[in-house]
Ligand binder design. Structure first.
Ligand code: MN
Length: 278
């Protein structure tokens, strides 16, 4: 379809190869603020809240030299999407985190902008949670998401982070197709018996030298497939919130405090693309 450039001056650069890290790459948070604070604590970050309702301030201190990277899908399904945004937006503003948007975040921004979107797949909960939020905060959230690059390429080219994944030949590119893959991964354009878009297991076919860290499809445990790792372990579905420490390649997880949304599709990688050679 279109091959229009998505990169505009409002979005931060995808090419951060000059940043060697170290990083703590965190999977889909989906409004799970309590688990996010627990995980950040386990990773050595200090989160301090101050101020009063309506004028809350968050201050986050990172362990020496480290930065967090969020793979997107910060909102929907969980109990406290506004608080998740407060923490992560503060971290990005304070220079202790990067983030890329997920498909849920992009749809949420369209809702914030007053566009007609179906309030399904947990957006109904985020919308309800934003009822009492001031206009200024909504505007900050829009500006934040509209300023994020769709993927990050880091550490001398050895690492890339995108919500649903990215292919080697897309690194350094900024087309509509790249944007689509970063947000939705490999899809068939059809829906399955659960009414969800059919996804394919692009990672099984991946042969690149760059390690790809992504989320999007909840898996029971973060596991390396070729040179890729999915760090979405379904926290909002009662799973866990997971971080990959880079370059250590250590996994740190915290268990969900509850089942905030009942999953309609079982956890696990999607099937291979028909005709794929894995
Ligand atoms: Mn997700």
């Amino acid at each position: 379809m279109t091959d229009s450039k998505f990169s505009d001056s409002a979005r931060g650069p995808s090419d951060r190869r000059d940043d060697p890290g170290p990083f703590d790459i965190i999977g889909d948070v989906h409004g799970c603020a309590t688990e996010l604070e627990h995980l950040l604590g386990r990773l050595g970050y200090r989160v301090r809240w101050s101020g009063e309702p309506g004028a809350v301030h968050v201050d986050v201190t990172a362990p020496a030299g480290r930065r967090a990277i969020f793979v997107g899908d910060l909102v929907d399904r969980g109990p406290r999407s506004p608080d998740v945004l407060r923490v992560i937006m503060a971290m990005v503003a304070q220079g202790v985190a990067y983030a890329v948007p997920g498909n849920h975040d992009v749809k949420f921004v369209r809702w914030l902008e007053g566009k007609t979107v179906a309030t399904t797949h947990g957006l109904d909960r985020t919308a309800a949670q934003f009822e009492g939020e001031p206009k200024a905060f909504r505007a900050e959230v829009r500006t934040f998401f509209n300023g994020l690059p769709f993927y990050l390429w880091l550490d001398g080219g050895r690492l890339a982070v995108a919500h649903a994944g990215i292919k080697s030949e897309m690194l350094g590119e900024a087309t509509g197709d790249v944007r689509r893959f970063c947000l939705y991964g490999e899809t068939s354009g059809e829906t399955d018996k659960f009414g969800l878009p059919i996804r394919y297991h692009w990672a099984a076919e991946y042969r690149g030298k760059t390690s790809i860290v992504y989320g999007h499809t909840p898996v029971p445990d973060a596991d390396w497939v070729n040179n890729t790792i999915c760090v979405d372990t379904g926290c909002c579905f009662g799973g866990k919130l997971t971080a990959l420490r880079w370059p250590e390649r250590e996994i740190v997880s915290v268990a969900a405090e509850g089942v905030y949304t009942v999953p309609v599709r079982p956890f696990g990688h999607p099937p291979l693309r028909p005709g794929a050679v894995a």
